[in-house]
Each structure stands twice: as structure tokens, then as C-alpha cells.
Design a protein around this ligand. Structure first.
Ligand SMILES: [Zn+2]
Length: 248
């Protein structure tokens, strides 16, 4: 089979020599995949729109010796909402970068594909923070690092009280008995914990309805940053992610 069809979200698309573009795709059928679209920069090129960053397209790929090539392309969705503001584009490129950095090549994962597609669809609907936080929590869970937020992650006891201790390095919340010597804990309110659970659990298209006050927002930002940094870095041993997170 020399040619094959994929449904792909364009994570990255860079101009290459002549009028080519090198694209990094997240495909429904084969997971992450790089390909080259020859001549895509020519004004008359029919595949031009289909290989732009953050497009959802159906592409006909042809096996190549090095990179496979895009023979034909047709845009399915361009997510106009995320293109309306710099914030939308910045969030989209951050999320695309996370998927690019933390998924292996050619390892299909339908849930990650759907998460990315659903999240791109809602970027542009008001505040993007909820969408980005929910995406990160769901992505780390899909990669095998679901945060433990129901009971103490070390002993399973219920965690009482208005202040809750979260230890990213242990993967979630801790009871007072397990606390001593546990390391650098982050203290958050019960309300923040409930918001985190909702972000992790609610369907992507509904997460913007979760009401989060500014002080919880700051706690959530800290927790997600430490948690994803720790687990994703451990998963891939990539210094690039830290720069990415710190620069956000
Ligand atoms: Zn415990």
C-alpha cells in the first residue's frame, strides 16, 4: 500500500526549501506522524489550506524513503474560534507542542486525538484557561499519570478538612498521617480540589462552564504546572518541556 488516507490535526507546519512544508500531524489512524507537503506554499496549491497549523484535514499520504509525502489534502475544519485572538493561537500552539513532545511516533491513541479535536473546537469560547487546564489534566491521565484526588494516594484514607495537601511527586493528595516527611507539598483549598476534579472529569465541550475564582485559578495553575512537569518530564526526560512550561 503505497498511498493511504489519514484524518489529521496539524500540530506544526514549517516552511521548508522551495515551496515545501514539513508538517507534524496527530492522526486518528496512526498517532503522531511527520510528512512533507511538496509545493504546498505555491499559491495555486490545492493542499495549501489543509497543511496549515491547527487545521483538521483529510490527507492522502504516500510512503517515501525518508518522510512520507502529502499527495492530496482537503480541510475538514479550521477552528475559526481559536484563530480570532492571539491568546487562542498561543493556547493552541502550547497544547499542540505538548502532544508533539509527549506522544511517541506512530502509536495511535483515539482518546488523545479526540481530546485535541474537542479542545480545539472550544478554544475561542471565552476564557481559554479552563480548556487548557482540562486538556493538561486529561492528557496526563491518558498518558498514564491520572492524578489521585479522591483519597490519600499513599494509604487510601479519606482526606478531611478545608485545606488539602497535594504532592505532585506522589501523584495527588495526602492525608495528615502520611504528610510528615512527604516532601514539598502544595496546600490548596477544598474548593480548588473540587475544581480540579471537575476539570479532569467533565466533558471537554462543557469545561468552560466550570466557575473558578481567581485565587483557585492561581492554585490550579501551580498544581498543574508541577504535576505535568514532574510526570511528563519523567515520562520523556525532556528538558524542552520545562522551558515550554516556564515560558508560558
Ligand atoms: Zn495517607
Amino acid at each position: 500500500m503505497k498511498e493511504y488516507l489519514v484524518d489529521a490535526i496539524v500540530l506544526k507546519s514549517v516552511r521548508a526549501r522551495e515551496a515545501d512544508r514539513v508538517v507534524t500531524l496527530y492522526t486518528r489512524q496512526m498517532g503522531k506522524k511527520r510528512a512533507v507537503a511538496h509545493g504546498a506554499e505555491k499559491p495555486a496549491s490545492r493542499k495549501r489550506g489543509a497543511v496549515q497549523p491547527f487545521s483538521y484535514s483529510r490527507l492522502l499520504l504516500r510512503r517515501g524513503r525518508d518522510l512520507d509525502t502529502v499527495s492530496q489534502g482537503e480541510g475538514i475544519e479550521i477552528f475559526p474560534g481559536l484563530r480570532q485572538s492571539l491568546e487562542g493561537l498561543a493556547t493552541a500552539s502550547y497544547l499542540a507542542e505538548l502532544v508533539d513532545s509527549f506522544t511517541p511516533d506512530e502509536d495511535p491513541n483515539q482518546a488523545i486525538f479526540d481530546l485535541l479535536l474537542d479542545t480545539f473546537r472550544i478554544l475561542g469560547d471565552g476564557d481559554q484557561s479552563n480548556a487548557a487546564w482540562a486538556f493538561e489534566l486529561k492528557l496526563v491521565s491518558l498518558l498514564g499519570y491520572r492524578p489521585g484526588m479522591e483519597a490519600c494516594v499513599l494509604c487510601g484514607s479519606p482526606v478531611e478538612g478545608d485545606r488539602v495537601r497535594f504532592l505532585p511527586e506522589q501523584g495527588g493528595i495526602l492525608c495528615s498521617g502520611c504528610l510528615p516527611g512527604a516532601g514539598r507539598v502544595l496546600e490548596i483549598t477544598r474548593g480548588t480540589l473540587e475544581s480540579l476534579k471537575a476539570l479532569a472529569r467533565w466533558e471537554t465541550r462543557r469545561v468552560h462552564r466550570i466557575k473558578i475564582d481567581p485565587s483557585s485559578g492561581r492554585e490550579i495553575k501551580k498544581i498543574i504546572r508541577r504535576f505535568t512537569e514532574y510526570h511528563l518530564e519523567k515520562a520523556v526526560k525532556s528538558g524542552r518541556f520545562i522551558d515550554l512550561v516556564n515560558g508560558r
